[in-house]
Design a protein around this ligand. Structure first.
Ligand code: PBG
Ligand code: ZN
Length: 326
């Protein structure tokens, strides 16, 4: 054959492939999630999320010292508590394990650790819903007030970045306004902008003890049949003062990530969620796939779609096992 063009020429060996590779993710753009709980001396592995723990503040500080040595310097904190009520009081008071953790971590690690915290009520409401229930319904505006108070409590404790994951209308604007009013001008808002009602959150809800007792989250999280609607949420979060916009989950929503990348001038983040992590872990544990290779393929796909920031439970394993592009 006399071919004019042979694409395989650029795939011949590792160095050529490296030279022409178009995309790759950067470890420095990854954020590791942690679950913080009440008490002291607590460190329990989460069923369904092997390698991920629920830890009390003292333990978390120790874990972070080790993880910092591995190379982790950007974290996302989630609260887990039994103190739940109708008003989600623990989300904003001094007993909130995340507020306490933020204070400790910033005192210990200062500028050497970038601390993000999830802002949502589901770990603190007795219903397990992300908003406050009034007369049997999730009251949007009442929920936004509570979420704003929670974001303020975190920011006052020194949190570098607050990440509202509740999907109530107007929460980004309300939080931004409150932060500005208090002079907390350096707090980054990473908005869970297009957060879909997803089966992929299964292991997380077990981890955070935040599964809704009754009903589902379809009244506030997005319907996975919708793509254009994500652009409406994007416009709102941009107008309301978000610094970073997020798509969640990641792997089944690469089209939405690509839309955000094209339409927005803000950094785009993607959340490689608990169900995506568990799928990889379980396949690897069953001996069906090479875990490191699958993690690299997944994180590269998310990057290729347009995300420059990825929240992923895999970060610690990548560093520990020194996984790399093969
Ligand atoms: C809280 C929240 C959830 C996740 C992040 N923040 C759960 C949910 O909305 O049900 C999911 C993260 C994951 O699955 O890894 N609203
Ligand atoms: Zn929630």
């Amino acid at each position: 054959m006399r071919l004019n063009d042979r694409p395989r020429r650029l795939r011949r060996n590792r160095l050529i492939r490296e030279l022409v590779s178009e995309h790759g993710f950067d470890i420095k753009h990854l954020i590791q999630p942690y679950f913080v709980t009440d008490g002291s001396g607590v460190r329990e592995e989460i069923k369904g999320l092997s390698g991920i723990y629920r830890e009390s503040v003292d333990q978390l500080t120790r874990t972070l010292a080790e993880d910092r040595a591995l190379g982790i310097d950007k974290v996302m904190l989630f609260g887990v508590t039994e103190r739940k009520d109708t008003e989600a009081a623990t989300s904003r008071d001094e007993k909130n394990p995340v507020v306490r953790a933020v204070g400790e971590l910033k005192q210990k690690f200062g500028e050497d650790l970038f601390v993000c915290a999830d802002v949502c009520l589901c770990a603190y409401t007795d219903t397990g819903h992300c908003g406050v229930t009034v007369d049997g319904e999730i009251d949007n505006d009442r929920s936004v007030e509570a979420l704003t108070d929670m974001a303020l409590a975190l920011s006052r404790a020194g949190c570098d970045c607050v990440a509202p994951s509740d999907m109530m209308d107007g929460r980004i604007g309300s939080i931004r306004k409150a932060l500005e009013t208090e002079g907390l001008v350096n707090t980054v808002i990473m908005a869970y902008t297009a957060k879909y009602a997803s089966t992929y959150y299964g292991p997380f809800r077990e981890a955070a003890k935040s599964a809704p007792g009754k009903g589902d989250r379809k009244g506030y999280q997005m319907d996975y049949r919708n793509r254009t609607e994500a652009l409406r949420e994007l416009r709102l979060d941009e107008e309301e003062g978000a610094d970073i916009v997020m798509v969640k989950p990641a792997l089944a929503y690469l089209d939405v990530i690509a839309d955000f990348k094209r339409r927005s001038r803000l950094p785009v983040a993607a959340y490689n969620v608990s169900g995506e992590y568990a799928a990889v872990k379980l396949s690897a544990q069953a001996g069906l796939v090479d875990e490191g290779a699958m993690v690299f393929e997944n994180l590269t796909a998310i990057t290729r779609a347009g995300a420059s920031i990825i929240l992923t439970y895999h970060l610690r394993d990548i560093l520990k096992n020194e996984w790399h592009y093969a």
